[in-house]
Write a protein that binds this ligand. Sequence first.
Ligand SMILES: Cc1ncc(COP(=O)(O)O)c(C=O)c1O
Length: 426
Amino acid sequence: MVLSRQDGNGGGLVATMLTMSTMTGPDFGARTTAILDHLDQSRQLKSLQMIEGPMGPSITLREHGEVACFCSNNYLGLANDPQVVEAGIEGLRRYGAGTASVRFICGTFACHETLEARIAALHDQEASYTFTSCWNANEAIFPTLCEPGDLLLSDALNHASIIDGVRLAAVIKKGLHKGVYPHNDLVALRAKLEAARANPDITGQIWVVTDGVFSMEGDIADLPGLRAVCNDFDAKLIVDDSHGTGVMGKTGRGTHEHWGMAGSEIDLFTSTLGKALGGGAGGYMAGSREMIDLMIQRGRPTLFSNALPSTVACSADKAIELLMNEPERVARLRRNVEVAREGIRAVGFEVLESSTAICPIIVHDTAKAIAMSQRLLELGVFVIGFGFPVVPEGEARLRVQISAAHEESHLEALISGLTELKKEFS
Ligand SMILES: Cc1ncc(COP(=O)(O)O)c(C=O)c1O
C-alpha cells in the first residue's frame, strides 16, 4: 500500500506488487514443513531418544526403561567413570564455569596447558591445541595451515567435518587446490600426487588427510602405505583419529599404533575428547610446535571463539591419564570386540571385517534397518540403524559399537536380540 502511493499509476502498481512479492520472499514455514514431510515419508526423520541418567553399558531411556547401549562412542567406559567425573567437578570448583574469553585474550587456564601437554605426549608430538569439538579443530586446521598454491587431497569416505573444513579452506584461501581420492586407494592417490607435482599451479605444500578409523565402515586407513606415498611426494599426512584414539593399538594410542608406527610418523593428528577420552566434548590438533604456534596466531575458531570449558578439560585430562596408566581397559575392549564380532557372525549376519570397535551389520534396505533397530529396542538393546543418505543406497546397516564397559550380560543381550531379529526379519 505504501509503495503504491509513491508510484501513483496502475502499471507501476503491478510492478510494485511484483517487487513486494519478491521482497517478502518464499514462505519459510511452508518450505521447512515440506522438507520435514519429505524426510518423514521417506523414513529418514530422526527422533531424539531421551536418556535419563549417565552414559554407560546400560542406560535408562524415557519410554523404554533400561536398555543395553551399543550405539555410544564411550569406547573405554570413561564417560561416567567416578575419577573422570570427580576431576570435572574439581575443575569446576577451581576454575569456575569458564574463561568468558577467547584463548588469546584472557581465555587460557592452567588446565588447558596441562591437558595439551598430555595430549602431545599421548600422540608422540611436539605440541597440541584444544578446541570445543573435533569438528571445530577440523574447521580450523585447513584454512589456517594451508595457503594458496597448496593442494589438499582427502579420502572419499572422510568424516563430514573434514569435508566441510576443506571446503571452507578453499573459500577462505582462494587458489588453494583440493581433491578427493577413492577410499583407501593408494594407487589412485599416487596418480593424483604425480599429476600434482607436474602441475605448475601447485606451488605450495601438498596435504593428504584421512580418518584413522572410518566411522560408517569401521575399517581403517592404511597409514604405513599413506606415509610411504606421502614421503615420495613430500606431502604432509593428517590423520583424524576420532574413532581410533583410546581404541586402536595395544595401548590405545590410535590407528598408527595398530600399524606399529610411532605417533611422530604422522605430521598432524586431530581427534575428539567426545568419544573414548571421557565423552564430554572437545577436540584437538597435535603436531609440530610451529603448526600449533600458527594456529594460536591465525586460527579463526580460536581467535574468535571461547576455549574448552575447564570441567571438560579436567575430565579429559583424567581420562587420558587413565588410558595411559591402565592399558587393561583397551585389552578389555579388544576382547569384547572379538566376542561381539564372533557372536554376530554366528547368528548369521554379515559384519564388515576389521579390528575396530565399530561393527556394521549390513542389512541393505533402509526401512529394514530402521525396523530392526526399533525391534531391538523393544528387546532391550539399543543399536542405531543407518540408511540412505547417511550411507550409500542399498548399504543400510545396523551399527553396533562395543565398549570396554560391556559385561558378558550386555554382549549376551546383544546376541540374543540379534538371534531374534534373524528369525523375524529373514
Ligand atoms: C572422524 C570424526 N571426526 C570428527 C568428529 C567430530 O567430533 P566432535 O564430536 O568432537 O565434533 C567425529 C564425530 O563423529 C568423527 O567421527
